[in-house]
Design a protein around this ligand. Sequence first.
Ligand SMILES: *Cc1c(COP(=O)(O)O)cnc(C)c1O
Length: 542
Amino acid sequence: MSTINQSGWRPEMNAVEGGAGATFTGNRALMLEEALIFEIGALDTTGVDFEPCAPAKAGAQSGEDTAFGSGPLLSQGNRLAGLERHRDIGLPGLSEPEAVRHYTRLSRQNYGIDLGFFPLGSCTMKHNPRLNERMARLPGFADIHPLQPVDTVQGALEVIDQLAHWLVTLTGMKAVAMSPKAGAHGELCGILAIKAALEARGEDRRVVLVPESAHGTNPATAAFAGFTVEDIPATPDGRVDVDALTARLGPDVAGVMITNPNTCGLFERDLKTISDAVHAAGGYVYCDGANFNAIVGKVRPGDLGVDAMHINLHKTFSTPHGGGGPGSGPVVLSEALAPFAPLPFVEKQGDRLALIEEETADEHHGESFGRMVSFHGQMGMFTRALTYILSHGADGLKQVAEDAVLNANYVLRALEGVLDAPFAKSGPCMHEAIFSDRGLAEGFSTLDIAKGLIDEGFHPMTVYFPLVVHGAMLVEPTETESKATLDQFIGAFRAVAERAKAGDAALKSAPHFAPRRRLDETQAARKPVLVWKEPAQAQAAE
Ligand SMILES: *Cc1c(COP(=O)(O)O)cnc(C)c1O
């Protein structure tokens, strides 16, 4: 039996091989270890001292109908109709300082964009400007309720309307549906608009073409909406194979879903040619715009023939994401798809703004495919994104795209000598640089490099995506990182990659300095333990 320290942590769980570095407590200097709350709090104590409850009184007279049922059920002396708890509640009892420390220690083990570099490819983990946060916290935005009378929230509606205006302007599109709550939700919105447009035309087209390099959400969305997904191969230089795509077009094809810039970090130069061909064949073009950061202010997808595209406000427009906040995925729509946009939307009516909640027979929005969310979308994110757009201005947004691309190319050129960069010869990349695991020592993989980077103090890049590159490592630095940060990252990445090429055995068991060592990720995914059980119970279950 090992010793368990005050926080339930067993030192050997954190021991470094060879014994050096193990501490009695398992703590590492002032970075404290943390056990589960159930392991530090006792189930038979309570952290607060409430008076014992008096027995509940009957809530209603016998025989009287209430929301809880009629008379006989209430005869047990309270209004819980026999559902009252008789066993212990089984929650850990902790005092206030213990509870505060537990969550504060956990929060220190969390990694976020406010702590350091977060080069997760395809995720655009840029800095979230504090000005955005200040605006979103203004009481006029933060303290309103979506069911308030429209006359009392004209300012909030104006934020939605102004943001809609700038999104439509930046993309060169006709309209925008603001309510989708994430990129994938936006994809669903766009695909449902395409479906509604086809239905209005009385056509039954069942196939959606998706390039191999697509984000996993694209085929998932098309399948979810009832379409059959067919893959379109990529060319050796990492772009959509235009000939293969046009050859597949026909009366059964509803449309294509293309990511631009694509997930190999390359601009799809032939998108206009593709759009023209798709339109000529009677289909629609969905563009996955999650990577808009690389082209914002420089390219208007509407000019490339796109019919629908989601914009991840939580990527390009700097609203927090991941653990930091909800996403928001407005969808811009072409003239052809605009009439089918989901409800609700904001509309100018004279000098006031109205919220159109229901279909009207109106020629502009009589054909809405319905509603996707209860209310109007992510109001806090709208406020942050509009703040970001207005504080950058047209020139600032253009510079965002230019600096994001510059930073990615800096990383690409700095690392192409040490790692295989499959598309480096295709020319400059866009916002992200991609590497493969070719050339690593026998038995060493992309995962080892990712784990080694954790020891170096960097959140790893995206790994094993996109699937078209073997052992892919996708690095997206974004424009908000300084040259000094990138240089430090590049140095660490080089050092770790060299170790993987030289076959340094210690790398196989990295991370060595993280709160947890290398986890069995397969086991964690296949047999996740999501509920804490008392040790005796857990043993009995095994
Ligand atoms: C992030 C991303 C998505 C999905 O966006 P969510 O907001 O996570 O649903 C879709 N496609 C691409 C290319 C992305 O990078």
